[in-house]
Ligand binder design. Structure first.
Ligand code: TXA
Ligand code: MG
Length: 499
């Protein structure tokens, strides 16, 4: 009989909400997409749950209690038509150095032997870096969820691991990419071939998805403007994969620009410098300057590398619309227009790069973004910033009403009873607030973490925008660090509206 691949699922924060130590069945709360996601998988995969319950060795819950709860969850899933083949529980704490704790492969190997599993082509899914690395050495491909503790531990996740907002998103990715990392490699190779042929490819970066073309091919770059419906007076960022390639693009590179590149690249910082003649005018909208960035996302770096040319890329959204932070967002707006969309999961930063210009007397921030102004000043000292109005003239893409949803969005300093009671008003909050809301609410971070809020911002705006609401209202983030980038995008989405 042909061996079957498997999916190894984490329990808390993956299938059900993570409430810490779970001792009572009445505290089990499934995520809304758990059943539908698992149903999609089971025709092809055997499903297993591997869960670490360190509360057992801490004496907070008994192994029997854990067993009873797992049994109840298993029965609830069975009733919905989902069959979990077997449950594995590690009852230890990390310092006990047992063999069964994730990411170790003991349970996976046990399951493979007992059920005749094909581990190449199998996946592990969970909301902790250890889940995503489970049996990595055995060829199991791990996917990371931003549910549960996922957002909090994102900094510990290796760069090459893919992250997803929800279990359903990870499952959809598996269905499109059954060969896991081999499928990613194939997509990157195809993307590089298309770029070399003068075509376009959308790809993930750590900030937002980009729509790329060969930066030295004017005809290819002009396709980007057509696809996005973007006016040609709005210049593009040229993406490179090696810091020294900056010399192929910029004519003059001041010392402070070198310091920033060395410190923040690869990363969410774009540096505007005088351009070399070889860069086609269409890339820079005829400007004598060019914007350059080395992204950190390994898929983006590999794509640029294999393409053997710098890639000019704006965000992969229709002009003036909200930027995409998942491949699905790109498909919704540009699906039938670009030649390829490489799906690398959710963008980890979620707002665009910071743009800094070195073409005047002093370094000037043109757009706040993923690297904060405080971080930049800690490397090169004081920089100038412009008011939004002046910025609009200086940097053509900085026009107000960029990043806008179709539903009118307004900024508020507090949520009034009128807002909370309107069922046709969607609300964006940066952390949970007390009160009863009659309309839909998007809480960008359960513990008010602004990096997490940035990562969730555009997806939340899109979800609310799809609901046919009369209005979206958003509070503002604290105006420091990445909060400045968040507020900048919200102000543009609001187009000056506030109530
Ligand atoms: O994070 C990002 O920067 C993403 C990813 C894909 O890298 N890209 C992105 O591109 O946001 P785009 O085209 O949506 O925004 C580029 C910004 C625009 O505001 C544009 O005006 C500015 O960079 N820019 C580009 N070239 C410039 C130049 N020569 N002088 C001044 N501003 C420039
Ligand atoms: Mg978990």
């Amino acid at each position: 009989m042909r061996k079957q691949p498997a999916i190894f699922l984490d329990r808390d924060g993956t299938l059900i909400e993570d409430i810490g130590v779970l001792g009572d069945i009445k505290d089990v709360k499934f995520f809304s997409d758990t059943v539908s996601a698992l149903k999609k998988l089971q025709s092809r995969y055997k499903l297993f749950v591997i869960t670490n319950q360190s509360g057992v060795s801490k004496g907070l819950v008994s192994l029997e209690q854990v067993g009873r709860i797992n049994c109840c969850i298993d029965e609830a899933l069975k009733k919905e038509g989902v069959n979990i083949e077997s449950w594995y529980v590690c009852p230890h704490q990390r310092n006990e150095n047992c063999d069964c704790i994730k990411p170790k492969s003991k349970f996976v190997l046990e399951a493979a032997a007992k059920y005749g599993l094909e581990l190449d082509g199998s996946f592990a899914i969970g909301d902790h870096p250890h889940d995503a690395l489970t049996a990595n050495d055995m060829g199991v491909f791990g996917l990371y969820l931003l549910t549960g503790h996922g957002a909090r531990h994102l900094g510990e996740l290796p760069a090459e691991k893919l992250a997803f907002h929800r279990l359903g998103d990870a499952v959809d990715w598996i269905i499109r990419h059954p060969a896991g990392h081999k499928d990613i490699s194939r997509q990157i190779e195809l993307g590089a071939r298309l770029i070399k042929e003068g075509k376009t490819a959308a790809f993930p970066t750590e900030t937002v998805y980009g729509l790329g073309a060969d930066a030295f091919n004017a005809a290819a770059v002009s396709r980007i403007f057509e696809i996005k419906g973007r006016p040609q007076n709005n210049p593009l960022i040229v993406h490179i994969s090696k810091i020294e390639h900056i010399e192929k693009i910029a004519a003059i590179i001041p010392d402070k620009a070198v310091s920033l590149a060395e410190y923040f690249w690869p990363g969410a910082l774009t540096i505007v410098l005088p351009k070399r003649n070889e860069i086609p005018d269409i890339v820079t909208s005829g400007n004598p300057t060019v914007a350059i960035r080395m992204p950190a996302n390994p898929i983006a770096l590999e794509l640029i590398n294999l393409s053997q040319t710098p890639i000019a890329a704006p965000s992969a959204n229709a002009f003036t619309c909200t930027s995409p932070t998942t491949a699905e967002h790109v498909r919704e707006q540009l699906g039938d227009k670009c030649d390829l969309i490489i799906d690398g999961g959710a963008c980890r930063i979620g707002v665009e790069s910071t743009v800094i210009s070195f073409t005047g007397d002093r370094p000037l921030i043109l757009r706040p973004g993923g690297v904060s102004i405080e971080q930049i000043e800690s490397v090169i000292g004081k920089v100038d910033t412009l008011s939004t109005a002046v910025r609009a003239a200086e940097s053509p893409g900085m026009m107000p009403n960029h990043y806008a949803p179709r539903t009118p969005l307004a900024l508020v300093s507090e949520i009034t009873p009128n807002i909370a009671q309107a069922s046709d008003v969607g609300v964006i909050l940066f952390k949970p607030v007390a009160g009863i809301f009659h309309g839909p609410v998007e809480i960008l971070s359960a513990d008010g973490d602004m990096a997490e809020a940035a990562m969730n911002l555009y997806a939340a705006i899109r979800r609310l925008d799809a609901m046919g609401l009369r209005q979206i209202v958003s509070t503002k983030a604290p105006d420091t660090g990445i909060g400045q980038a968040i507020n900048n995008r919200l102000e543009k989405a609001a187009g000056g509206r506030s109530i």
